[in-house]
Design a protein around this ligand. Structure first.
Ligand code: SF4
Length: 435
């Protein structure tokens, strides 16, 4: 059956989900391809400025290797696209760009306008993100500010990956869905400016430019790979703390500060909070105990699955529970050779984790798994998880939040279809709008 027919069947079968979320979920799991003319400015359309290019802000988030991309896709693909209009009258929906030359979804120029097509038929109009003003600047040493401090989510979030490598190294330690180390090597080989360890002064200089532009950024994420030994003589805590302290000293509270690291012992979490962090993301990736051990072997060996979950709960005694927002990777529950075969069983397992945390006021959130080709799970599951899994999860997530009386997590912009900007999963698109 053709993709379009399947897509419309899913829209019909899930009437409580907005069609926008169904399309976004499928786009994120299957990727998109661009016609070259869709990536050049279109004079006469009020679109004479170049758009914001994909920054590779932490992972590749592509379904093919860099070497399999043509020049246009490699350098000119946008960070995100916004869907709107079309025969379904879509409300604006921001979707992260995951490149896949084989995708049935294609962005093309038709009669002077950009369209998302599926199986060659028009589905919705497409807008590309405007170039943020700070993307034109360079640091004193010539490096682009965009590489040091890219923005995503239509400009809402400054994404600070200060360490582009993870010390969980190789197949026996790296999380089986994560291509951070592969991506770093590929970007360097491709000749992209890509700083392995960004210095606090680099970050401050980049933030100075952003602060001076009065752009739409409301939050920053500080993150990077795990540090299991030392980096520059510092422990993981010391390394990441230096950035929080530097940023919050110069710009106290200017942006919502979010830190994504491993799950730390509670004494370390206290220091993180005292330094000015507002939101803590100790990502647990997957709930199932056995799958955690198989898919996150490094985390399982160094910290342990039960201890990881315990630390998340402990963190909520330091931060208020709503400011502890651990991520999981939606779809890996169904990844061969370890995962579940049955959608409902996979969703039930994930729901058990949601109930565990949400009963304590902690709000997990999720990204849609991108089966990157350099990862063990991407190699054995090039098509990712079924669309039905992603849609059932959206329903269960929305309903579990409601049952526990929780509202949309902070630091993600507005919830609601037509308003959400969170681009790597449709979870914010399906939550009720706040106004
Ligand atoms: S801890 Fe796992 S998910 Fe995080 S960067 Fe390292 S390998 Fe990737």
């Amino acid at each position: 059956m053709e993709t379009k027919q399947l897509l419309f069947q899913h829209i019909e079968a899930h009437p409580t989900l907005p069609p926008e979320a169904v399309i976004k979920a499928d786009l994120l799991r299957r990727g998109v391809v661009f016609d070259p003319e869709a990536l050049i400015p279109a004079p006469g359309q009020g679109d004479t400025d170049p758009h914001q290019p994909k920054s590779y802000f932490i992972f590749s988030f592509n379904m093919v290797k860099q070497s399999e991309l043509d020049e246009h896709s490699q350098w000119k693909a946008p960070e995100e696209i916004a869907l709107h209009g079309g025969s379904l009258g879509l409300r604006r929906t921001v979707v992260s760009v995951r490149l896949n030359p084989e995708s049935p979804y294609r962005v093309a120029v038709i009669e002077g306008q950009r369209w998302l097509t599926v199986d060659g038929e028009k589905l919705s109009q497409v807008t590309l993100p405007p170039m943020p003003p700070h993307y034109r600047d360079r640091l004193a040493d010539g490096r682009p500010v965009a590489e040091i401090a890219p923005t995503i989510e239509w400009g809402y979030l400054i994404y600070l990956t200060v360490f582009r490598i993870c010390q969980y190294f190789g197949e026996k330690e790296e999380c089986q869905f994560c291509d951070i180390n592969h991506n770093y090597r590929e970007q360097i080989k491709a000749g992209r400016p890509y700083t392995g360890v960004k210095k606090p002064d680099d970050i401050l200089a980049a933030l100075d430019r952003i602060a001076a532009t009065d752009g739409p950024a409301k939050a920053y994420t500080l993150t990077g790979g795990s540090i299991t030994s030392k980096l520059g003589g510092m422990t993981e805590l010391e390394f990441y703390m230096q950035y929080v302290e530097a940023i919050e000293s110069r710009y106290p509270g200017r942006w919502i500060s979010k830190v994504v690291t491993q799950a730390w012992p509670v004494e370390d979490v206290k220091r993180l909070k005292a330094a000015g962090t507002k939101i803590y993301h100790p990502n647990y990736e997957i709930w199932d105990r056995e799958l955690f051990a198989k898919m996150c072997p490094g985390k399982d060996r160094y910290v342990g699955r039960d201890e990881w979950m315990r630390r998340i709960v402990d963190a909520a005694t330091v931060f208020e529970p709503q400011y502890v927002i651990p991520n999981f990777v939606a779809g890996i529950e169904m990844a061969k050779p370890y995962g579940y075969d049955d959608v409902e069983v996979a969703v039930r397992s994930t729901q058990e984790g949601l109930d565990f945390f949400m009963a304590k006021g902690i709000t997990p959130r999720f990204t849609t798994w991108c089966p990157e080709p350099n990862t063990p799970l991407g190699i054995s599951n090039p098509d990712g998880a079924p669309l039905e899994y992603h849609l059932r999860l959206l329903e269960v997530y929305r309903d579990t939040m409601a049952r526990h009386g929780l509202s949309a997590p902070q630091g993600y912009g507005e919830p609601g279809v037509g308003k959400a900007v969170f681009s790597v999963s449709p979870f914010m698109d399906v939550l009720p709008a706040t106004n």
